[in-house]
Design a protein around this ligand. Structure first.
Ligand code: C5P
Length: 221
């Protein structure tokens, strides 16, 4: 469908619908989807598995150099092991924002992400894609939804996966906490790039959002 290499940036807070939308857009355009949150999650998994403290910059920094994180065919690998499932556990969501605040972590991840977008068309989602990772992206979207709707989506997802001992109220609090840390951190905070298109997914179906994005990319609107 595309006759040239393009980059699409999708940013926004947790649970706004970025990854669901980005996956569908990638399929329609036959381009690669890169989930940058998965990379921060993979590093968080290693920190927790090694018994390190996610809030300790020293602890986290000590493993960055000896950790390999990469994507192969839409799967995330941590030290060559597929960790698609483990990174979605709630213990990871609870801790990932502490790790994503660390300068050295961001530098390492951004490097991998920029390399991934260099030679092929990609749609990349995260928090700093339009502002830092791909500031010259051809298209930028900032996806938002009310905190209640985002918490409802995440809660449903976790329950469907069989996660136990969680409540809607806890998930809402965790999302609010993650939003606060992600938006107020010193390096690459979650902000809308001035030139990004604002897409509010509250009350909209996935297909409505996908169509809105596709029509912008195709220049129909
Ligand atoms: O997108 P997801 O919710 O999986 O991201 C998990 C966390 O990773 C975010 O809450 C944020 O702390 C961090 N992140 C980031 N920059 C990105 C992608 C994710 O800081 N580009």
């Amino acid at each position: 469908m595309l006759d040239k290499q393009i980059t699409i940036a999708i940013d926004g807070p947790a649970g706004a619908g970025k990854s669901t939308i980005a996956k569908k857009v990638a399929e329609i355009l036959s381009i690669e989807y890169v989930d940058t949150g998965a990379m921060y999650r993979a590093l968080t998994l290693k920190v927790l598995n090694e018994g390190l403290d996610p809030k300790s910059t020293e602890d986290v920094k000590s493993i960055i150099e000896n950790t390999s994180i990469d994507f192969r065919n839409n799967h995330i690998y941590l030290d060559n092991k597929n960790v698609d499932k483990e990174i979605r556990e709630n213990r990871i969501s609870k801790n990932v924002s502490y790790i994503a605040k660390i300068k050295e972590v961001r530098e390492a991840m951004v490097k991998i992400q920029q390399k991934l977008a260099k030679t092929k068309s990609v749609i990349m989602d995260g928090r700093d894609i339009g502002t830092v990772v791909l500031p010259n992206a051809d298209f930028k979207f900032f996806v938002v939804a009310s905190v209640e709707e985002r918490a409802r989506r995440r809660y449903k997802e976790l329950i469907e996966k069989g996660e136990e001992g969680i409540s809607y109220e806890d998930i809402k609090k965790e999302i609010e906490n993650r939003d606060r840390i992600d938006s107020t951190r010193e390096i690459s905070p979650l902000v809308k790039s001035q030139d990004a298109y604002l897409l509010d997914t509250t009350g909209k179906t996935v297909d409505e959002c996908v169509n809105e994005i596709i029509s912008i990319i195709k220049g129909d609107s």
